[in-house]
Design a protein. Structure first.
Length: 228
């Protein structure tokens, strides 16, 4: 992961310097991603790697408990730690199944009766049709996007998977902190820009800033709630 200067991107965009709160949040990101302990890739759920911020995972369990989704669709499986986390919370809440999608099949993914693995691109016709078939007739759908972080890919996922989300449910776009927000200022247009473009034309969703109450989130402006 490249190192970054907190104010460089802001200065290039003509924005004012960081305030104390933003500066604190950005330093947290720097420590989390670049510390000698390599926290970002050294976080586990029940022994399975989960490359998430625990503060975001806490918010996920609050959303799951409040909305009781029948299906959670996750794009980007990796080692399966986040899928296992979601399935475990569904166990505790008494409802829900997890569909998790990835182009890569890794060994030793966790087995759980609530998890269904889909192998392929999240935007391919075959995968989308498979998801449609699986969720047909199910009550309440939540979506978490965490695959390819390129703006075009995320925007295509948003266009596809937003249609699955039920009113009052959540569409979470992960890693909107990329491209200088504050991570990886040289990443190029990514999830944040995809969210901005999506919301420019889609009025069925709103950013739920209350889900950023812990301040330290890897998904700034990424908690989208369907209101229509």
């Amino acid at each position: 992961m490249k190192r970054w200067s907190f104010d460089r991107k802001r200065r290039s965009e003509g924005r004012p310097p960081l305030g104390p709160e933003e500066n604190f949040i950005n330093h947290f990101h720097k420590l989390y991603y670049e510390s000698d302990e390599k926290t970002w890739k050294n976080t586990f759920w029940l022994g399975i790697p989960a490359q998430k911020c625990p503060l975001d995972l806490w918010i996920y369990q609050e959303i799951i408990f409040e909305t009781k989704p029948g299906i959670i669709i996750e794009t980007g499986t990796a080692n399966g730690g986040s899928a296992l986390f979601l399935a475990t919370i569904c166990d505790l809440s008494g409802k829900g199944e997890v569909i998790t999608i990835d182009i890569e099949s890794r060994e030793n993914k966790p087995e759980h009766p609530r998890i269904k693995y889909f192998l392929g691109s999240s935007t391919s016709k075959a995968i989308v049709e498979g998801v449609q078939s699986f969720v047909r007739g199910k009550d309440g759908i939540m979506v978490i996007l965490d695959s390819d972080h390129n703006r075009e890919h995320v925007l295509k996922e948003l266009e596809i998977y937003s249609k699955f989300v039920t009113r009052g449910g959540y569409l979470i776009v992960e890693d909107t902190n990329l491209n200088g927000y504050p991570v990886e200022p040289d990443f190029g247009p990514g999830p944040m820009e995809a969210v901005e473009e999506f919301l420019g034309t889609n009025k069925d969703f709103m950013i739920d800033k209350s889900r950023e109450k812990f301040y330290l989130t890897f998904n700034p402006n990424g908690y989208l709630k369907r209101t229509k």
